[in-house]
Design a protein around this ligand. Structure first.
Ligand code: DP6
Length: 331
């Protein structure tokens, strides 16, 4: 059996940063400390083909034509184990994956990767899982992957005391013509993975305050999305991004994802807004800056970002759809 799935990366308006404190196994379960809201990004996607192979004693993983290293292969293999356990089989699998976004631009996304792997592997194993189950399982591979399963604008809820959590769609991609103009910066930075970031978050004196604010922020963002109110969404989004980075920078050990280029773009966005251009920023666990605007302002934002020193390229993404199976296989 063989199946291929495509899943989009997503950008969070309210971030997932830190795990719920419900016992020692929680970080492995990727139960989030706070709810989050995101948008799937149509032109940042991962396509993954999963094939069952006879007589092999190990899963294999190829990413963009290159055999993955041991850590990545083992992480994918552990994820396949979850699906194999559900299907009651043990057979090994060949996983071939391709990201359509430029490699080396710091856009590598575990969200699109684990969402595509979940959907393709479930189909290969003949599992018939609904969206909620797929989202829950994708979360176990990488937390933010649960938000790449449903379509368009997505909310990842967290219920007190629950040992499971998953994401659902707030609105389809065509609901609102938002654009994410991603300013990729040239500055070298030492990458600290989000896994360490989540673990260190509770050591920051700001973490609890951010987590307590998150449900109200999510509520405001959900309503702003339904109302297509960029000002309301943008305000929450910028504040939460800065709060998440403040938590990272005050954690023990501290993590600084921003570079001087990052800060220059943040300041430019605020200045452009003061001049009347409706654009807002957010930043994930890296130095690149996501600038959100409506379709009508996309060219201006793109053009201005390209003119800033330190910006090596600008990628533009529109609202993307749910993770889905496709008929054409990669191998
Ligand atoms: C800053 O989903 O990559 O992008 O669960 O350890 O795989 P793991 O973490 P991951 O964390 C994403 C962090 C973030 C914010 C977000 O996407 O919500």
């Amino acid at each position: 059996m063989k199946a291929t799935a495509v899943a989009c990366a997503n950008i969070a308006f309210v971030k997932y940063w830190g795990h719920a404190d419900r016992g020692s196994a929680d970080s492995a379960k990727h139960l989030p400390a706070n709810p989050s809201v995101s948008l799937n990004l149509d032109c940042l996607s991962t396509t993954t083909t999963v094939t069952q192979v006879e007589g092999s004693d190990q899963d294999t993983l190829t990413i963009n034509g290159i055999a993955a290293g041991t850590a990545a292969r083992e992480r994918a293999s552990r994820h396949l184990d979850r699906l194999r356990a559900l299907a009651g089989t043990k057979g090994c699998m060949r996983v071939v994956s391709h990201n359509n976004f430029p490699t080396g631009a710091g856009m590598a996304s575990s969200a699109s990767a684990f969402a595509a792997l979940t959907v393709a592997a479930a189909a290969t194993l003949g599992l018939s899982l609904d969206e909620r189950a797929l989202s829950s399982i994708a979360r176990l591979g990488s937390g933010s992957a649960c938000r790449s399963i449903p379509t368009g604008f997505v909310e990842w809820t967290v219920e007190a005391g629950e040992q499971d959590s998953y994401a659902h769609s707030i609105a389809p991609p065509e609901h609102w013509g938002l654009c994410d103009c991603i300013a990729v910066v040239s500055a070298e930075h030492k990458h600290v993975g989000s896994i360490q970031g989540h673990e260190a978050a509770p050591s920051s004196f700001l973490h609890q305050a951010r987590v307590e604010q998150a449900p109200a922020r999510v509520e405001t963002c959900r309503q702003a999305i339904l109302d297509r109110d960029l000002e309301a969404l943008g305000r929450e989004m910028e504040e939460d991004a800065v709060a998440m980075h403040a938590v990272a920078m005050t954690a023990r050990p501290p993590v600084y994802y921003w570079t001087p280029d990052t800060l220059r773009i943040m300041r430019a966005v605020v200045e452009w807004r003061a001049q009347g251009l409706p654009v807002y920023y957010t930043i994930d666990a890296g130095p690149n800056v996501h600038c959100l605007c409506e379709q009508g302002h996309r060219e201006t934002v793109e053009h201005r970002l390209r003119s800033l020193p330190g910006v090596t390229q600008v990628l533009v993404a529109c609202p993307g759809r749910e993770a889905h199976l496709v008929p054409d296989h990669l191998d």
